[in-house]
Ligand binder design. Structure first.
Ligand SMILES: [Fe+2]
Length: 288
């Protein structure tokens, strides 16, 4: 296997690494694609694909309001056809991310943080799923922004992989172990099982995927001499890093589309109209 993500392939890794890092620094404007009169042209699609090849995400902006159907159409132009549902998504597999205050989980009685106005810490989507049903890409579209806050922070997972590997390749070896991070079963859900898996893994297309949450509760890290050092490294990187982390405050009709990169959200305060973001998730990557 010639994947640069295989620790044995040092030459492939060096070449890929050089290409990847040469794309930085960049800025939000260079990653933004605007759809004139809401029409997504062929060159818009190609530009988004190109940006995603380099950064694993791209920002976009429609001129005016778009329907759910149009959002699906946009995704399908990028090869994203099979959307994934979840317990809270609607009939079109769209999750309406808004503050459902007081609307606690019927089973556990707990608040589900994405559907509040609280801060949502660094994670990749679906880190609690087994890797054979992983989320590989997603779209987040702003219908209505908050009055204050709600910024999104994004970090290409391949960038953190490079920094970990350069610092100590053994870190990658540990993070690729099949049982390094375990999410315990939800005792309140019948049939729920523990989900154990790697942080980094290479899929059948030879691409790198990441399962991660910075949540400290309800996560079991496999005992390993290096795990504390690795976690400290990751937390320092996502807290201190400036060159590779993008801060984005989505305006109405703007959004971002991404392979399953690391991201977080700041807390926010609603105005008269509630903040509403639409989210679509897919089982394949953009362009694959
Ligand atoms: Fe997320």
């Amino acid at each position: 296997m010639n994947s640069p993500f295989n620790l044995e392939n040092q030459t492939e890794y060096s070449n890929w690494r050089e290409y990847k890092l040469s794309q930085y620094p960049t800025n939000n404007e260079k990653l933004l694609v605007k759809f004139h009169k809401n029409v997504i042209s062929k060159s818009d699609v190609n530009l988004i694909k190109e940006l995603i090849k380099k950064y694993n995400f791209a920002f976009y902006e429609f001129e005016s309001v778009v329907s759910d159907k149009e959002l699906h159409k946009f995704c399908s132009k990028l090869g994203l056809e099979k959307s994934i549902s979840n317990l809270l998504s609607d009939a079109d597999n769209i999750s309406n991310i808004t503050n459902q205050e007081g609307n606690k989980d019927k089973i556990s009685g707990k608040e589900y943080i994405p559907y509040t106005d609280k801060r949502l810490n660094w994670h990749t989507d679906g880190y609690y799923y087994p890797i054979d049903s992983a989320i590989k890409s997603f779209l987040l579209h702003c219908v209505n922004p908050a009055k204050n806050g709600g910024e999104n922070f994004l970090l290409d997972h391949e960038i953190i992989y490079i920094h970990l590997r350069d610092y100590n390749p053994d870190f990658i070896d540990v993070l690729m172990q099949n049982n390094i991070m375990e999410i315990p079963k939800n005792k309140n859900v019948e049939g729920s099982k523990n989900v154990s898996g790697p942080v980094f893994y290479i899929d059948k297309n030879n691409l790198l995927n990441m399962r991660f949450t910075s949540r400290e509760q309800n996560i079991i890290w496999q005992k390993n001499d290096m795990i504390k050092k690795i976690k400290d490294f990751i937390f320092e990187f996502i807290t201190e890093e400036k060159k590779y982390i993008f801060k984005l405050l989505l305006r109405k009709n703007q959004g971002y589309i991404a392979n399953n990169i690391l991201h977080k959200r700041e807390s926010y305060i609603d105005g008269e109209k509630k903040r509403l973001l639409k989210r679509l998730r897919f089982s394949n990557r953009i362009g694959y």
